[in-house]
Design a protein around this ligand. Structure first.
Ligand SMILES: *Cc1c(COP(=O)(O)O)cnc(C)c1O
Length: 407
């Protein structure tokens, strides 16, 4: 008799987004005339930059003749893309990262899950609370946790609360953890980490032989010049950190799919016999075996992000969303709400008024303003009393939603 991976049965049944959908459709059925605006989604809304589209069209043409046709590409990604990324995203910021340490993939969501393939099963794992749910659920699937308690926390994971009380910056643990997930600029809180904070994490990781998984999916939204864009801007990070980046949020590739993972060749972890093993070698082996690369067309589209026109277009795209975030911040503040984030990130993290629970505030906004957001408690127990509003939307939707809330 075939059996299943029982660890999947421990997963909370995708509670957050299905529950939002259930409440929204119940409301829409009862109020078919109410024009809903959805500011809950973490997906981009604006079209793909012209430079990327032109490059993809050209790439399709390349595939149409025998001399320029491409079959399987390198599993790690084409060298021309990896080199542009190394130069523009890392070396230009003083990060000592070589093109050979960059692995192109079809998404950071997949990579942050797949990376667990090359780590042992007995690591102590720390996540922030609230958190991007993928980090938690992929560890549940891999059997790294027990079941959930009444707060929805999995036994075996270390939760580091991030709330207004600590400026949404996790306190460095006093005990040892082996793997640490950090996401800056943060989804869902929109907070950022200073150089000093990241240095403290790197020092901690080096002292304890831990590995930091640094998710920089939103680095393009950093507007403060003092805030680091990459963990490799921090002294010592080459020996303790893996960084994940994506073209999803800066260039609108959520549906097109292209991302990258950086594994420095100087980064090692222990084998069972105590020897140091280069993680680069294991990830290279993993990708060569289980992955066959991102399509040539999409990689050409990603390469165009680094052209002069591409750089200008993605800057305009990011600024458009940041302007949305500023409108949301200003209007909600004027309405008397306490807001966080939204300056170096496309998410505004709102404190619910009068001690309302996240879900009560969700219902209120839905029923009175016909605006949909995301309850903070859905991202973790410490998200209770908060609410996420996304700046990924049209200007008209953002302005209309804010008018409804402030009225
Ligand atoms: C959107 C997002 C990503 C990007 O994921 P892709 O699979 O590359 O689209 C990564 N991390 C976080 C926290 C995100 O919100």
């Amino acid at each position: 008799m075939a059996t299943v991976n029982d660890h999947y049965l421990k997963l909370k049944a995708g509670y957050l987004f299905p529950e939002i959908a259930r409440r929204v459709s119940a409301f829409a059925e009862a109020n078919p005339e109410a024009p809903l605006i959805k500011l809950g989604i973490g997906d981009v809304t604006e079209p793909l930059p012209e430079a990327c589209r032109q490059a993809m069209i050209q790439a399709v043409q390349d595939l149409g003749s025998r001399d320029t046709f491409k079959g399987y590409g390198p599993e790690q990604g084409y060298a021309w893309l990896r080199e542009k990324i190394a130069t523009h995203d890392f070396q230009a910021r003083g990060c000592d990262i070589d093109a050979s340490e960059i692995f192109i993939s079809d998404g950071s969501k997949c990579d942050t899950g797949n990376i667990l393939d090359i780590f042992g099963d007995n690591n102590t794992i720390a996540v922030t609370d609230p958190v991007y749910p993928v980090y938690v659920d992929t560890n549940v699937m891999a059997g790294h946790t027990g079941s959930t308690n009444e707060r929805g926390e999995y036994e075996g994971l270390v939760y580091l609360p991030i709330t207004a009380e600590n400026q949404f910056i996790a306190e460095i643990p006093s005990h040892k953890v082996d793997l640490i997930y950090l996401c800056f600029p943060n989804n869902p809180t929109g907070s950022v980490a200073t150089k000093a904070h990241l240095q403290a994490w790197v020092n901690y990781a080096r002292e304890h032989g831990s590995v930091i998984f640094f998710d920089a999916a939103y680095e393009a939204f950093i507007s403060d010049p003092e805030i680091p864009h990459s963990i490799y801007e921090i002294e010592g990070a080459r020996n303790c950190a893996i960084e994940f980046r994506s073209f999803s949020k800066n260039a609108g590739f959520t549906g097109t799919r292209c991302a990258l993972t950086v594994v420095p060749k100087t980064l090692t972890a222990k084998a069972a016999d105590g020897t140091d093993v280069e993680l680069w070698k294991l990830w290279n082996r993993r990708q060569s075996t289980k992955f066959n690369g991102v399509s040539y067309i999409v990689q050409r589209g990603a390469e165009a992000v680094y052209s002069e026109a591409g750089q200008a277009q993605i800057k305009a795209l990011v600024n458009f969303y940041l302007d949305n975030a500023q409108i949301i911040r200003e209007q909600l503040t004027a309405a008397g709400l306490q807001v966080y984030g939204g300056v170096n990130a496309p998410y505004v993290w709102v404190q619910t008024p009068n001690g309302l629970s996240s879900w009560d505030f969700f219902d209120k906004l839905l029923h009175i303003c016909h605006v949909v957001g995301t309850p903070g408690s859905g991202f973790g127990a410490a998200g209770e009393g908060y609410f996420r509003i996304s700046a990924f939307n049209s200007r008209n939707n953002v302005e209309t939603a804010m008018q409804r809330i402030t009225q």
